[in-house]
Design a protein around this ligand. Structure first.
Ligand code: FAD
Length: 294
């Protein structure tokens, strides 16, 4: 099913992100993860795409298996910055051949190996990729949104204007970058409304379960840590199980607040750790049922 159709029929949706295993691990390891996630009845699962190369074919294979074997709707991430027109055409065709109907269109981060050359990408921005994808009506297309602004953007204003351009080029929905402060998300949504951006906005929630992850995501996304989150880190940084428990409770609180606000959907970054995803979904199971029964 195209996600556009799903979002028209259901609110809120609950979905998960997984990534292809690193190349030193067998691809089968991801299927153990999906086997465990499937009992949580997600509305869809997204599969990330390595902008640099090595696991890209795995994205197609995993997205296909989620849809065709596990019978769960899937969405393949697809980045354009390092892709030639020819490679991109092949990838799009392969996704079509596998019956994958949903793509998260992304630019991707510029690979280090290309930064110092006179590199002229065929698709410099996601809007260019969306235009290419819109040559067929096979796909429902989503894009990324940044409640705190994209790390490279010159200003929040220019960032949101470019976001509008992406949506106007044919996005059906947005999935956000992780954030830890729901007020930032609500302020962002108000700005979208002012610009008449009215596609569903799915909130990306990242449960922090260890200190290493916090440093990694902060470096990658530039997200700010609210004081109450920082207190948790300060207090439990040397106590891994306590930090995990607090990180999960924090994510649960964020999700309950977002669901209560009438959000379109929650997308959980699972980090291929079903144990943590199960621990988050369990305390919201009645809320989830109540909301989807109307
Ligand atoms: P764009 O929308 O193109 O924007 C990138 C920057 O360029 C922004 O600062 C924007 O303001 C600016 N910009 C946009 N258009 C123009 C223009 N015409 N002129 C000048 N500036 C412009 N990365 C991966 O490699 N693989 C993944 O699977 C992946 N999944 C992701 C999933 C989600 C939900 C999110 C939020 C991010 C994901 N990323 C992934 C990271 C993403 O690729 C990076 O954040 C990347 O740097 C930006 O991608 P984008 O599609 O948002 O780019």
């Amino acid at each position: 099913m195209k996600l556009k159709t799903l979002f028209e029929a259901k609110k809120p949706t609950i979905s998960f992100e997984v990534f292809p295993p690193k190349k030193e691990y067998p691809i089968e390891t991801i299927y153990d993860t999906i086997e465990a996630l499937k009992d949580l009845a997600p509305d869809f699962i997204s599969v990330t795409y390595g902008a640099g190369g090595s696991t890209q074919n795995h994205t197609i294979e995993i997205a296909s298996r989620i849809k065709n074997h596990y019978k769960i709707e899937s969405i393949a991430h697809l980045t354009c910055i390092a892709a030639s027109r020819e490679t991109l055409t092949k990838t799009i065709q392969a996704l079509k051949d596998e019956g994958v109907e949903n793509i998260l269109a992304l630019r991707g981060d510029i690979p280090e190996s290309l930064k110092n050359q006179h590199f002229k990408p065929a698709f410099p921005h996601t809007a260019d990729l969306i235009q290419e994808l819109r040559k067929t009506d096979h796909f429902s297309i989503g894009g990324a949104a940044y409640p705190e602004g994209h790390v490279e953007s010159q200003s929040r204003v220019s960032d949101i204007k470019y976001l509008k351009t992406k949506v106007d080029h044919g996005l059906d929905f947005l999935i956000t970058q992780l954030f830890f402060d729901n007020q930032k998300f609500y302020a962002f949504k108000e700005n979208l409304e002012l610009l008449d951006i009215d596609v569903p906005v799915i909130a990306g929630i990242f449960p922090v379960v260890n200190l290493r992850q916090v440093h990694h995501v902060q470096a990658l996304t530039g997200t700010r840590l609210p004081a109450k989150f920082q207190r948790i880190l300060d207090r439990y940084q040397d106590k891994p199980e306590a930090l995990r428990e607090a990180g999960i409770a924090y994510a649960v609180n964020q999700i309950i607040d977002l669901l209560s606000s009438g959000i379109d959907g929650i997308h959980l970054y699972t980090m291929n750790q079903p144990r943590n995803t199960l621990a988050i979904m369990d305390p919201i199971s009645t809320i989830r049922k109540t909301l989807t029964q109307g």
